[in-house]
Design a protein around this ligand. Structure first.
Ligand SMILES: Nc1ncnc2c1ncn2[C@@H]1O[C@H](COP(=O)(O)OP(=O)(O)OP(=O)(O)O)[C@@H](O)[C@H]1O
Ligand SMILES: [Mg+2]
Length: 397
């Protein structure tokens, strides 16, 4: 509890944009997020008042972070599971707990758990050598998707391999891997569900995520033209997983939609890129809901504030770091605001690097094609200064 306010203190491991936006939600609840960041210029470290610098793999840093905090939670999956158990054994509240979180940390652990529960997922195998990959490909056909069980994000740690030779090189480099069939998918979907220790759950509509090179570019809400039965099935699947694993906080279930239904790709147990739209697009954002859930507060309404919401990420382009900073960026924000007064900007305060998530924009409306075009054009303009001809600035900018 905070001595001045009498309100809880939530500590979050990780100082990225998820932590930054959770801090923003914490402020409205009378709180201030305590953040463990690796550097003072990380997104959340730039804005939160209670920042500790340290490494998420350092048990002492984690123990210091937890000291006096009501509950400890995460903006990424990379804390060693053993450290989390040590924190729990020392009497600290950790949400989600290590027994749940390991399913978002380790893709092999998740595959085994889903198999045991009989939930739909791609054909998979644990592979430790090229023979095993070739045997798996004998059943599913090449190419095969190989994944590092731990530590991947934004498509890093995901490899499409076309033959035994490529597989051999990867297994040689990484050791035991998860092999998956390359799913012939219609599209990718995601479901966000929040679950509190009390057992209350709250869901947002099923969304469609649009990935490019393994990185999320756009989120369309609700998932366009999604069959009602399939939507309900996806939501029920997410609730079953949250309940079975005892998740506390936000759970994002990434799904592949196929001709037959949906398959579970992976889980995230924290606010997730597929839920950023909810800041403006829902009565309760995923960030506020995550705080409510980890604190065992009653959950907020997830009703949408508009019929259609589109979120587009601003991904770093080719600009050199020097060109990006200072006047160029400021001027670009100025033009963005002038041209898209109806699109909301979330800027993460990060330096420019190719492919890096620098921010996102959210557009609301009624017509999917119009809302999507607006969000994508605005995000693209922020990323590289290129104006879609359909949205040309009247004064030629
Ligand atoms: N078995 C598969 N078949 C086809 N495409 C796949 C498969 N697995 C992954 N992909 C593609 O690669 C993307 C990244 O995979 P995955 O979500 O496992 O990796 P990640 O790096 O952990 O992701 P994230 O960016 O969500 O952290 C998926 O969103 C999907 O587009
Ligand atoms: Mg993913």
């Amino acid at each position: 509890m905070h001595p001045a306010t009498g309100l809880p203190v939530v500590a979050m491991v990780g100082g990225g944009q998820l932590s930054r936006m959770t801090h923003q939600a914490a402020v409205a609840l009378g709180q201030s997020l305590r953040v463990l960041a690796t550097g003072s210029t990380e997104s959340a470290a730039l804005v939160a008042a209670d920042v500790q610098l340290g490494d998420h793999r350092d048990l002492d840093a984690l123990l210091r972070l937890a000291e006096g905090a009501t509950v400890l939670t995460f903006d990424h999956e990379h804390v060693p599971t053993g450290h989390l158990q040590t924190l729990v054994d020392a009497g600290h509240r950790v949400a989600p707990g290590p027994g749940a979180l390991v399913h978002a940390q380790d893709k092999l652990v998740l595959r085994r758990a889903l198999a045991a529960a009989g939930e739909p997922q791609p054909a998979w195998a644990e592979v430790a050598d090229a023979d095993a990959v070739a045997a798996f490909a004998g059943r599913t056909g090449w190419p095969v998707v190989l994944k590092t069980p731990r530590g991947g994000y934004d498509g890093r740690g995901v490899f499409v391999v076309h033959d035994r030779e490529q597989a051999e090189a990867l297994v040689g480099q990484h050791g035991t891997l998860l092999a998956e069939e390359r799913v012939a998918m219609v599209r990718e979907l995601a479901v966000q569900v929040a679950r509190s220790p009390f057992g209350q759950v709250a869901l947002w509509p099923v969304v469609q995520t649009v990935q490019r090179d393994g990185v999320c570019n756009e989120v369309l809400v609700p998932a366009p033209d999604l069959d009602e039965d399939l939507s309900a099935a996806a939501q029920e699947l997410a609730i079953r997983i949250a309940d079975r694993l005892g998740v506390v906080g936000l759970l994002a279930v990434e799904l592949f939609q196929t001709e037959q239904g949906v398959l579970v790709n992976e889980l995230a147990m924290r606010p997730h890129n597929s839920g950023h739209w909810s800041i403006e697009g829902a009565r309760t954002s995923q960030f506020e809901q995550h705080l409510r859930a980890v604190l065992d507060y009653p959950l907020g309404s997830t009703a949408m504030t508009a019929p259609v919401v589109v979120m587009a990420n601003v991904l770093g382009g080719d600009a050199a770091e020097d060109d990006w900073a200072g006047p160029v960026l400021d001027e670009r924000v100025h033009h963005f605001m002038a041209h898209w007064p109806d699109v909301k900007l979330h800027w993460y305060g990060k330096g420019q690097r190719r492919g890096r998530k620098l921010g996102h924009v959210t557009a609301l409306g009624t017509d999917l094609a119009e809302v999507r075009a607006r969000a994508v054009a605005a995000a693209r303009y922020l990323a590289d200064g290129v104006v879609d001809p359909a949205f040309a600035f009247p004064d030629g900018h």
